[in-house]
Design a protein around this ligand. Structure first.
Ligand SMILES: Cc1cc2nc3c(=O)[nH]c(=O)nc-3n(C[C@H](O)[C@H](O)[C@H](O)COP(=O)(O)OP(=O)(O)OC[C@H]3O[C@@H](n4cnc5c(N)ncnc54)[C@H](O)[C@@H]3O)c2cc1C
Length: 414
């Protein structure tokens, strides 16, 4: 999510990740004399959201792309944004992708589509795509990132210091931690009824609209409320030495599982040359939607939703890890992970909204200047349509949101 404030000096305040694309576009379009300031708030420890990269201080050489393993970029504008970042920031994804029959263990390789760019970030870390958006060839001094901070409440109100309404961002104790002229919402969580099941209470943006009614914002919130989500569980671990070499010798890097009865939907293997002096690889298992839906109370004790937001049910976690590893062991021809010799993990992470489902939020409804709110993310359309639920759709709608807000601010100043 993002928030943007315009006051004196102008502060532009964002929350979250592919708001990185919005922040980048605003930094490109707003003249320096406006004195704009852009802040991104993020629950997680770093950028990237569902296309982020897990790291651990104990093993600094390892990284795990536990959400999106790569991005497929199909539109002209998507390719232009990516090309703009340059080959130091964006790498071609070279992994072998295909389908694995979990009953026979037979793998068939997909042919990568010619006109599609399959990409990852520098050093094969997906989160580096987001970092590059915030730094590469822009004046990044106006962008401030605030990690490990969850926005728990919002108000759109006149304050003692302002003549017009501003957005107040609040923490768990309902204390105001920041104010902003504009709110750019990346990620539908604060605007969607599913917030209540995970964190309790009214979703913050819905509560803010009740307090400060706005017909267009209400229409946008109603449309978002009708969108469904498709969750996934991820279980991941790292192994080294002979164990890693066994995984790395397989025919694939990303295998989609085609068995309807399986609780696994995808297996991802990532390896790299390392400074550690030994071979290593990470293995990420994605569950099916059905398995994640059945176990909706478990978030993973190391996830930001659990650590910062307090959402999890730890009692079931080890059981779910066990069930996903057992499903892996049942696939013929794959190495059998020995949890006692793993370098890291196995850990579980719930992607409560891995992919949005249903009708995309139109970009007309996504821009609400009457309340200084704009929505961006993979659930919002943009003029050049990308696939709902893809990193590319988040990039395009984020860029579009940045353009709309910049235009509005500049027109207002004229
Ligand atoms: C398992 C999985 C596999 C995927 N595979 C692919 C793929 O192969 N190709 C592809 O293109 N896409 C894939 N995706 C989808 C892709 O990752 C997303 O479409 C994209 O990352 C969406 O970006 P976003 O900015 O819209 O949202 P997000 O990445 O979800 O960003 C929203 C951010 O807001 C933060 N946030 C939310 N609420 C708050 C709050 N109250 N306070 C502070 N911060 C908050 C969240 O922590 C999050 O970081 C996959 C996703 C998953 C989960």
């Amino acid at each position: 999510m993002c928030f943007l404030f315009i006051s004196n000096p102008i502060i532009i305040l964002f929350l979250s990740y592919h708001s990185c694309a919005s922040a980048r576009r605003l930094a490109q379009l707003l003249p320096y004399n406006i004195n704009a300031k852009i802040s991104l708030y993020e629950i997680g420890r770093g950028p990237g959201g569902r296309a982020s990269t897990r790291k651990t201080r104990d093993l600094p050489h390892i990284y795990i792309n536990h959400g999106a393993p790569y991005a497929d970029i199909r539109t002209t504008q998507g390719k232009s944004i990516i090309n703009n970042l340059g080959s130091n920031c964006i790498l071609q994804y070279k992994g072998i992708i295909g389908t694995l029959d979990s009953t026979s263990g037979t793998f068939s390789k997909d042919t990568k589509e010619d006109k599609v760019d399959y990409i990852t970030g520098a050093y094969n870390k997906m989160s580096n795509i987001a970092s590059s958006l915030l730094t590469q060839d822009i004046d990044s001094s106006i962008i401030d990132t605030k990690y490990k901070t969850m926005i728990r409440g919002l108000s759109y109100t006149v304050t003692a210091d302002s003549d017009t309404k501003v957005w107040q961002l609040k923490d768990k104790a309902n204390e105001v931690i920041d104010t902003a002229d504009w709110l750019i919402v990346a990620g539908s969580g604060i605007a969607h009824p599913r917030w209540t099941a995970a964190f309790g209470g009214e979703p913050p943006l819905i509560a803010a609209e009740v307090e400060s009614p706005d017909t267009k914002l209400r229409q946008a919130l109603d449309a978002i409320g009708k969108q469904e989500v498709s969750p996934r569980m991820a279980v991941f671990f790292v192994c080294s030495g002979d164990d890693a070499r066994k995984w790395r010798s397989l025919d694939f890097d990303v295998a989609n599982i085609n068995n309807e009865d399986s609780i696994l939907s995808k297996i991802i293997i990532q390896d790299d040359t390392t400074d550690s002096g030994d071979d290593w690889c990470s293995v990420v298992l994605h569950s099916t939607e059905a398995f994640a839906t059945e176990n909706s109370s478990v978030y993973g004790r190391t996830s930001s939703a659990a650590r910062v937001g307090g959402a999890t049910d730890e009692s079931l976690e080890d059981d779910l890890i066990d069930r996903m590893l057992t499903a892996l062991k049942e696939i013929p021809g794959l190495p059998t992970p020995n949890v006692k010799t793993l370098s890291y993990g196995p850990l579980l992470h719930r992607w409560g909204n891995a992919f949005p489902k249903g009708l995309v939020l139109s970009h007309e409804l996504g821009f609400v200047p009457s309340s200084c709110v704009t929505f961006c993310g993979d659930y919002v359309s943009s003029p050049e349509m990308a696939r709902l639920g893809s990193l590319e759709s988040a990039l395009l709608s984020g860029t579009h949101a940045g353009e709309q807000v910049a235009k509005y601010i500049l027109d207002d100043i004229k």
